[in-house]
Design a protein around this ligand. Structure first.
Ligand code: MN
Ligand code: MN
Length: 300
């Protein structure tokens, strides 16, 4: 990667990490999800970056993929909640993806929060060019097991490319011997271990309120002109990065039905909430790294 692209990854990383910390500090008993996500997202924009995906707020057994709707004003944090805040920023499409877990007002899950963080630290300490990613998965799984928890086996880290949040590689969170891939020099990866006292496996729940435009042949043949123009607007504004229902108020007067129509037409994907199958508590830690020959560099 050239110097200019490297600088963009670094800038996205520093903006995403300060937004993550700011957001995490706002998570208090009685604070609203909407306040936290809108503050985080405005901060990213004020710093001159783009929002790579809606700020995710996933509580307790919810591992990932939830962002409040525009009218979710009643959603507030409660004492004892275990909250994953997951934040993404990009500079000209070069993305930083980062997350941490905070517990609201109690310390019941300190050890589980430490388990995912230590697993991330150990993965970062070992990852480098050409290392089999199943070895990184084993390090993550073993670290989390050493704290007495399960690593979630069907959630993974991922490689990042310009305007692409999940490109080719998956970084497993368990010793997945079927994963034979190795990162290349200068690959940019998001590593994200999840620890749980539940099943160690997520299932899909209700809508996350998070969507993504996807180019498809079918999209070009939408006959409904209103739907077609909406699809064009969404593609123009969000590219193929995930977006929130909250961000569509000025695009459509009835976002719900419009988005549904576009899902039916096959040009928008809706993400489901991801929930531990036994409703265990889940913690997560995530950083974005650039792969070097003998180590890696954390951007977030
Ligand atoms: Mn993330
Ligand atoms: Mn990620």
């Amino acid at each position: 990667m050239n110097e200019a692209i490297y600088e963009k990854y670094k800038r996205a990383g520093s903006i995403a990490s300060s937004a993550r910390e700011h957001g995490a500090n706002l998570i208090k008993e009685g604070a609203s999800y909407l306040d936290v996500v809108t503050t985080v997202e405005s901060e990213i924009k004020e710093q001159g970056a783009g929002i790579a995906f809606p700020a995710n707020i996933s509580v307790n057994e919810l591992a990932a993929h939830f962002s409040p709707r525009h009218d979710d004003t009643a959603l507030v944090f409660r004492k004892g909640d275990v909250v994953k805040i997951d934040v993404g920023a990009h500079v000209d499409g070069y993305i930083a993806d980062t997350a941490k877990t905070v517990e609201v007002g109690t310390h019941t899950y300190d050890k589980m929060i430490r388990a995912s963080r230590e697993a991330l630290n150990n993965a970062i300490a070992h990852i480098k060019a050409d290392i089999p990613l199943c070895e990184i998965g084993k390090i993550i799984e073993d670290t989390i097991a050493s704290f007495g928890y399960k690593s979630i086996d069907n959630l993974t880290g991922h490689s990042l490319q310009c305007y692409t949040l999940h490109s080719g590689l998956s970084i497993p969170n368990v010793a997945d011997m079927l994963n034979r891939s190795k990162p290349n020099l200068e690959d940019v990866l998001a590593i994200e271990p999840f620890a749980t006292d539940g099943a160690g496996h997520v299932i899909s729940g209700q809508s996350s309120n998070i969507y993504r435009y996807q180019s498809s042949v079918r999209a070009r043949f939408i006959r409904d002109t209103k739907a077609r123009s909406l699809a064009t607007k969404i593609h123009k504004r969000f590219n193929e990065l995930p977006f929130a229902e909250r961000w569509c108020a000025d695009i459509s007067s009835h976002p719900d039905s419009s988005l549904k129509r576009l899902i039916f037409a096959g040009c928008i994907k809706q993400y489901p909430q991801l929930i531990d199958a036994n409703h265990g508590i889940v913690t997560q830690a995530e950083h974005t790294v650039i792969i070097h020959e003998n180590d890696c560099e954390v951007t977030t």
